[in-house]
Design a protein around this ligand. Structure first.
Ligand SMILES: Cc1cc2nc3c(=O)[nH]c(=O)nc-3n(C[C@H](O)[C@H](O)[C@H](O)COP(=O)(O)OP(=O)(O)OC[C@H]3O[C@@H](n4cnc5c(N)ncnc54)[C@H](O)[C@@H]3O)c2cc1C
Ligand code: FES
Length: 280
């Protein structure tokens, strides 16, 4: 696999001061933060890219940008409380400051996706990075063909962005299906693994790009269903998550054989990584 060289300039490492301008509790584990860079500077990100968030004394972590570049002056991140930095971040309030490096990585190739049908598949927290693309597509709806969204979650309570999910599912120009692993008596929707939604989808394989973002366990089975539907390997895109430190191809933490997930990805074409042991 041939990799492009990315020019790393001093400014790529720069930690920019930023302020939390809005905070919303999405679930008991995930909070949404709207962040603005100091002086109102635009982040200039592509859907699917990530930033390194740093908080003095708590460290640094890669977090996906979950807002579309077509929306708001700032940008949004959805943070799951899991360890040191994310716990401190959950306790920050509007007006508090933090550091931002980036945006980093190769996101979703929107220019290539334009004119095609899209099958957007998210599992759990995977909806956060995919939301940046979904809302980009919603804001440029005429540039895309048929749009289908498949969402899989553990429980109805763990569904992120519930208000937007309702909006997407009510649009006549979007096909939307959601499934949960474990339902309560109030849940009227589908129950089962996300793979069970794929056979029912109408797909024109030649014109469809399938985009998958979710927990590692999901990829193998979802890809199998997509291949059974005839979607070419080159039209299946996955976003891979690896332990990352520097975020820009220097430290080697995210390396899978000859690729750096942070710089060559996190979004990859399936045919380009399928033979890399450990990638999927
Ligand atoms: C490209 C990318 C995008 C991400 N986007 C988001 C996002 O939008 N929202 C979000 O909440 N999180 C996201 N993450 C995950 C987030 O970076 C980690 O959870 C991070 O470690 C949290 O920092 P912490 O200091 O709170 O946890 P730590 O105290 O560092 O670690 C907590 C635990 O999580 C484990 N861990 C750390 N990083 C990872 C990893 N990448 N994969 C699996 N286990 C890990 C550690 O080994 C430890 O057990 C993303 C990661 C990557 C690589
Ligand atoms: S995180 Fe350092 S090389 Fe990718």
């Amino acid at each position: 696999m041939k990799m492009e060289k990315v020019l790393i300039t001093d400014s790529s490492f720069e930690v920019k001061p930023a302020t939390i301008v809005r905070k919303r509790v999405l679930t008991d584990k995930e909070h949404l933060f709207e962040i603005r860079l100091e002086g109102g500077e635009a982040l200039n990100h592509d859907p699917g890219q990530f930033v390194e968030v740093s908080i003095l004394g708590a460290g640094e972590a890669p977090i996906s940008i979950c807002s579309s570049p077509t929306r708001r002056q700032g940008f949004e991140v959805c943070v799951r409380k899991i360890g040191k930095l994310t716990t401190v971040m959950h306790n920050l309030e509007v007006g508090d400051t933090l550091g931002i490096r980036g945006p980093y990585g190769k996101g979703f190739p929107v220019g290539i996706l334009e004119g095609h049908d899209l099958l957007l598949i998210a599992g759990g927290l995977g909806l956060a990075p995919l939301r940046s693309l979904i809302n980009y597509v919603m804001d440029n709806r005429r540039d895309f063909g048929r749009v289908s969204i498949l969402l899989g979650c553990n429980t109805p309570q763990s569904i992120l962005f519930g208000d937007e999910v309702d909006l997407w599912s009510s649009r006549i120009d979007v096909s939307f299906h959601c499934t949960v692993d474990r339902a309560d008596p109030d849940w009227k929707g589908h129950v089962g693994a996300i793979t069970t939604l794929i056979p029912g989808e109408t797909i024109d394989p030649d014109y469809t790009f399938a985009i998958i973002v979710g927990p590692p366990v999901m990829y193998k089975y979802v890809i199998k269903e997509l291949l059974a539907k005839g979607v070419p390997e080159s039209q299946i895109l996955v976003s891979l998550e690896r332990h990352m430190k520097c975020g820009l191809g220097k430290c080697g933490h995210c390396q899978i054989h000859n690729i750096y997930c942070c710089q060559d990805g996190p979004v990859f074409r399936y045919d380009r990584i399928k033979n890399l042991r450990g990638a999927i």
